[in-house]
Design a protein. Sequence first.
Length: 191
Amino acid sequence: MNTTQLIKSAQIDGVELHQVRLVSLDEHKDHRGSFTEIFQDHWGTVLKPVQWSAVKSEANVFRGMHFHVRHDEYFCLLEGHCLLGLRDLRPGSPTQHKSALFELFGEDPAALVFPVGMLHGWYFFTPSIHVQAVSEAYPDYGADDNWRCRWNDPELELNWGIENPILSDLAANAPSLQGLINGLTFKGYFS
Ligand SMILES: Cc1cn([C@H]2C[C@H](O)[C@@H](COP(=O)(O)OP(=O)(O)O[C@H]3O[C@H](C)C(=O)[C@H](O)[C@H]3O)O2)c(=O)[nH]c1=O
């Protein structure tokens, strides 16, 4: 994890996961402020977004870990400082059972796009604002495709380097990674 003065949004641990893209963004600054394009269809990422959301988080908040069987996802930090962790669960993926950790800074804008089948979560060091997008709308996936596991299960192989983050009640009571895999196996995800 980067705790020095280097302000560079980048992958900081793990492997390069198949079909995951961290796209550096150009922030055009002038005397009024700045203008940044945060998504272009012609980047050719996996994502065809159908819903955009703006999320504000307090310092020391952890959101996740979440898993979706059906939709791809996009994350862009506009303000603040955060970590994003991914674990590839996709059957047949060349990087199945591998993880990646990213550190993003609002001062160095970047967008992370990742495909369906990627367990994911985000931690905010400071009060932060991010935009996220999904390829299936919440009213369609919220009830039956919003799987979870515990953020700090060592089997995730994600070295967050944090302790006692603020969690939702659902996140605090989430199953282990193995518990999640058992649930997905029961639903036929791995067959
Ligand atoms: C995701 C979502 C949530 N909500 C409502 C439902 C709750 O009243 C509230 C907070 O929802 P939740 O606790 O699920 O939010 P997070 O824990 O931040 O989850 C999000 O972050 C993790 C890491 C993800 O993977 C998701 O895409 C997303 O679920 O917003 C909506 O109205 N629309 C939405 O699209």
